[in-house]
Design a protein around this ligand. Sequence first.
Ligand SMILES: Cc1cc2nc3c(=O)[nH]c(=O)nc-3n(C[C@H](O)[C@H](O)[C@H](O)COP(=O)(O)OP(=O)(O)OC[C@H]3O[C@@H](n4cnc5c(N)ncnc54)[C@H](O)[C@@H]3O)c2cc1C
Length: 487
Amino acid sequence: MPHKWDVETDVAVVGFGAAGVAAAVTAHDLGARVVILEKAPRGEHGGNTRVAGQGYLNTASPVEAAAYLTALCGPYTVPPAMVAAWAEEMCRNNDWLKGVGGDPQEHQHPPVGIEFPDLPGAGCVHKFHDGPTYGYSFTWKRFESLVEQRPIPILYETPGRELVQDNTTKEILGIRAERGGEAVYVKARKAVVLTCGGFENNQEMIRNYLPGIAYCYTSGSPYNEGDGIAMAMAVGADLWHMNNYAGPSMALKVPEVRTTLSMQALHFSKQMPGGMIVVGPDARRFCDEKYKTRHGKVPFHGRWLPLATPCPMFMIFDDTLFRAGPLYDMHPSHGWTQIVERYEWSADNSAELAKGWIRRADSPAALAELVGLDPAVLAETVARWNRACGDGRDDAFGRSLMLAPLAEPPYYAVELSPSMLNTQGGPRRNERGQIVRPDGTPIRRLYSAGELGSIYSYLYQGTGNIGECLAFGRISGRNAAAEPRWE
Ligand SMILES: Cc1cc2nc3c(=O)[nH]c(=O)nc-3n(C[C@H](O)[C@H](O)[C@H](O)COP(=O)(O)OP(=O)(O)OC[C@H]3O[C@@H](n4cnc5c(N)ncnc54)[C@H](O)[C@@H]3O)c2cc1C
């Protein structure tokens, strides 16, 4: 127990993304005093929500939604009470947003984006955004404005560090945050709601929890470092869904930029001239480079598994592609690097060649020498790919897009790393939004929402994360507001 509290409130919300907004606005509108703690400085707040594609799920019927979520979970089952809570609340996202002055618009242009149309209940999927179109932070700007319209103080650059727990009752009384190296004790007389995102930027947690990858980098907020997981574990929380994440894809990561740079040629929807393949450390191809993964998962012997990403991986390509324009997908509709960091990639790729992000050589064998691959094997891999293109068939991996040979020297290489949108794991919560212990009992006055301990245990339906932020943000916000004040 601190000697003095620096800030007093009813509900302390930790993290200013979609989940934090839904929890804070709901608790406030039910009469609670609310404070938001945010780790990032003003201007870099908003988390993954701000740089997301901006779609959120609003399901058509609770029955269909429950069937679809159950099927998405597959063998990684989630308790029926949780599925039911998700399904009921997911149908109310539009009503809620309209009720607080928003303007829900259904995504229009095809495909609608049902990720697993063959699963039962898939027809429940309806994807919405707020604003003239999706992308470009429009939905986030609406969320942000909801907080700004209310007397909800936001303490920027004030990360939550440790929950204050009563030694006897084990209930949560507040949180120790930090600002400029000094402790800031926040007394939360009703509850603390953790909405501080996942562990996308915590390499140790990635190694410990994500399946089969030694490292992975985020295309979202670099401030999401798993702090909520550490804080919840320290007060006895159970964890769930730690091995599930929206990834991997393959992207460039360089020390100069905090988040990943996406390569246009690798996107399933981009047709570019020139030849391009991806190889692993053995200098051989390992996948259909242009496959549209389901948020990182690919079919494997009748199951969906995360794409295997043997590191280091290299995108190998020819001069035609190099000269076809910027390799980096600069379209700023989503992604931290595009929206917040705004790295200016050169129009002719020359600056990145000069920096050594792109390597160049006169032959595949010489390129292999430069990047540490076996020259003979890479030469053979390129020759085999070129023959497959000549035959019009990729027998190895069935690739059908950009089936073009690496024809024009010189040749180029870009090292690729696994990249992700977000993690799904974190402290386990119940249908009231309470964080629970391994035995299932709730830790009193401690709630969560959003991707910090999300419900998604296996397959993921796009827009499900922000949809869940709103659904469980409201559930946790109203239950936190209903707690009696402690004295
Ligand atoms: C490029 C991209 C595109 C995506 N597109 C979509 C999409 O279209 N639809 C969809 O549903 N999902 C999408 N996702 C996933 C989705 O954006 C996230 O899962 C969701 O926004 C998470 O919201 P959140 O509120 O839980 O966390 P966030 O929005 O990440 O917010 C967490 C906040 O907590 C702060 N924080 C971290 N640690 C602390 C601490 N110790 N103390 C205080 N604050 C802290 C962070 O700075 C951040 O502001 C996308 C993700 C990415 C990266």
